[in-house]
Design a protein around this ligand. Structure first.
Ligand SMILES: CC(C)(COP(=O)(O)OP(=O)(O)OC[C@H]1O[C@@H](n2cnc3c(N)ncnc32)[C@H](O)[C@@H]1OP(=O)(O)O)[C@@H](O)C(=O)NCCC(=O)NCCS
Length: 182
């Protein structure tokens, strides 16, 4: 992987490209049942490595993506926040999505909100997005709370086309925020 670039900094965080030392922490995070509670399953080592490859390709193709997030104080990888282009079709696609996932140990300190606010600013002011969406399963209140805290507004309920309708995780909520950059 490349030397870190695409760096954004906040009071407590560095948002950067992924580096090799993130991999083991990312593998462990994706194996944690609590972190992955609102996804269909936890990820095996090889599934996390495939996901990392897709993240890297997304950066190469679109020049934006999901940033690795590092704590300034511990210098450790703590999760990710950033942008992706959903690969399924829905009434709101094509679009740019903001998403996040953090190690359980760092929840409850406002890191996801802090990183997402920096990303929104970057998305609107530097990348020139007109609109950014976010979605999650309707039972994922912590993620919905991040959406609310960063000023996104509820737009609609929808059924995720890649999840079985019998699965409780199929029911999703869609939030959005528009650029105010002139
Ligand atoms: C979704 C997720 C990122 C939310 O994490 P979080 O720690 O609750 O969110 P934040 O980092 O914004 O922290 C907010 C919490 O910290 C508290 N907090 C403390 N200091 C704070 C600060 N300086 N600023 C904001 N909030 C602060 C808030 O009061 C809030 O606490 P509460 O949950 O008791 O209300 C996390 O639960 C996660 O990674 N889940 C697994 C992955 C996932 O589901 N991703 C979304 C799928 S689409």
């Amino acid at each position: 992987m490349k030397t870190p670039s695409h760096i954004l900094t906040t009071e407590r965080l560095i948002l950067r490209n992924w580096i090799d030392t993130d991999t083991s922490a990312f593998i462990a995070m994706n194996k944690d049942y609590e972190v992955m509670k609102f996804f269909p399953k936890t990820l095996t080592d090889s599934e996390t490595l495939e996901l990392l490859e897709r993240i890297k390709l997304h950066f190469e193709k679109n020049s934006f993506g999901l940033f690795a997030v590092e704590s300034k104080s511990t210098k450790q990888f703590i999760g990710f926040t950033g942008f992706s282009i959903p690969t399924f079709n829905a009434f709101f696609t094509p679009c740019v999505e903001i998403g996040w996932r953090y190690k359980k140990e760092v929840w409850g300190q406002g890191f996801a909100t802090e990183a997402a606010l920096a990303c929104l600013r970057y998305g609107f002011e530097t990348l020139g997005f007109d609109k950014i969406v976010s979605f999650t399963s309707s039972v994922n209140k912590k993620s919905e709370d991040v959406m609310k805290r960063i000023g996104m507004k509820f737009k609609a309920n929808f059924e995720h086309p890649k999840i079985e309708t019998t699965n409780i995780l199929c029911k999703h909520i869609l939030y959005e925020i528009h650029s105010t950059v002139k």
